[in-house]
Write a protein that binds this ligand. Structure first.
Ligand SMILES: [Zn+2]
Ligand SMILES: [Zn+2]
Length: 277
């Protein structure tokens, strides 16, 4: 009995390895051939120089300050905002104001969002309690309504409770990073997109937990409480030439536009956009 019980996890792991091996480098097949991808320049580029993330919550849904602070640090890696990124923890809204519909969300965004006074770029985050199995979702700028011209992210607090030693804070951070990726413009490039998400199982923009992502993340999650918090190289290339996110400047020794070193793709950056490959 005991040995049978013991062998089961190993059999499951072997099955996962077999599945993983069957799919090359743990990628889903992509939707299509390379094409153009959308990027939200207001959020990403140094003009405007500041980014304000306004956070409102429906009564009963409480954001964790540590998750929001960690989220601001993650954002600072991917967006170029010399004036800084500010998290503005704002109103508590009566729970009955939102019925879970896009129309209701549009109404809340119109009534409760405060446009930043100095023309800073903005993102609106609403914490709700729960809706079906969602952990979060995102409407890019203008998707919810023409006059809601900033991305709107919804986070479902009750879906983000600690599981073993994967803390609720870590899950909240991971959901914020995932949804913000959609807001920035990921994953709109068909060559590594699978139904709106990234094809790479190790990417924060991968769509779900499946055998591929389980194989990559089971051990880090189980033993270190770690979750996907970074965009893969293909996603970073969608946002920045050569994938050189602004945060790389802070890491000694890595190539940046200011410090190209011997990076072979740096020269391509000066080519006109139409010729870039
Ligand atoms: Zn997503
Ligand atoms: Zn990716």
């Amino acid at each position: 009995m005991r040995s049978r019980g013991r062998s089961l996890p190993w059999r499951a792991l072997l099955a996962l390895v077999a599945l993983g091996a069957g799919c090359g480098v743990l990628r889903h097949p992509a939707d299509g051939k390379p094409g153009t991808s959308f990027r939200d320049g207001r959020l990403l580029d140094p003009d405007p120089p500041r980014l304000v993330v306004e956070v409102d919550r429906l009564d009963g849904a409480e954001p964790r300050k540590k998750a929001l602070d960690a989220f601001a640090r993650s954002l600072a890696f991917y967006v170029d905002k010399p004036g800084g990124i500010e998290i503005l923890l704002d109103e508590t809204i009566p729970a009955e104001e939102w019925d879970g519909t896009p129309a209701g969300l549009r109404r809340i965004a119109r009534e409760h969002r405060r446009p930043p006074p100095d023309g800073a770029a903005a993102m609106y985050v609403l914490y709700a309690t729960e809706q079906q199995k969602y952990r979060g979702y995102c409407y890019r700028a203008g998707e919810l309504a023409d006059d809601v011209d900033v991305p709107v992210v919804v986070v479902f607090a009750r879906r983000l409770r600690s599981i073993l030693w994967v803390t609720g804070t870590a899950q909240e951070h991971a959901v914020l990073v995932h949804e913000a990726g959609h807001a920035l413009g990921l994953v709109t490039e068909p060559s590594h997109r699978d139904r709106g998400h990234c094809t790479a199982a190790w990417c924060a923009l991968y769509r779900t937990v499946d055998p591929r992502s389980a194989l990559v993340w089971a051990l880090p999650a189980l033993f270190a409480g770690r979750l996907p918090l970074h965009y893969c190289a293909a996603c970073r290339r969608d946002l920045w030439p050569g994938g050189r996110a602004p945060g790389l400047r802070g890491i000694p020794g890595l190539p940046t536009p200011e410090r190209p070193g011997c990076d072979p793709v740096f020269a391509d950056d000066d080519a006109p956009a139409g010729e870039a490959r």
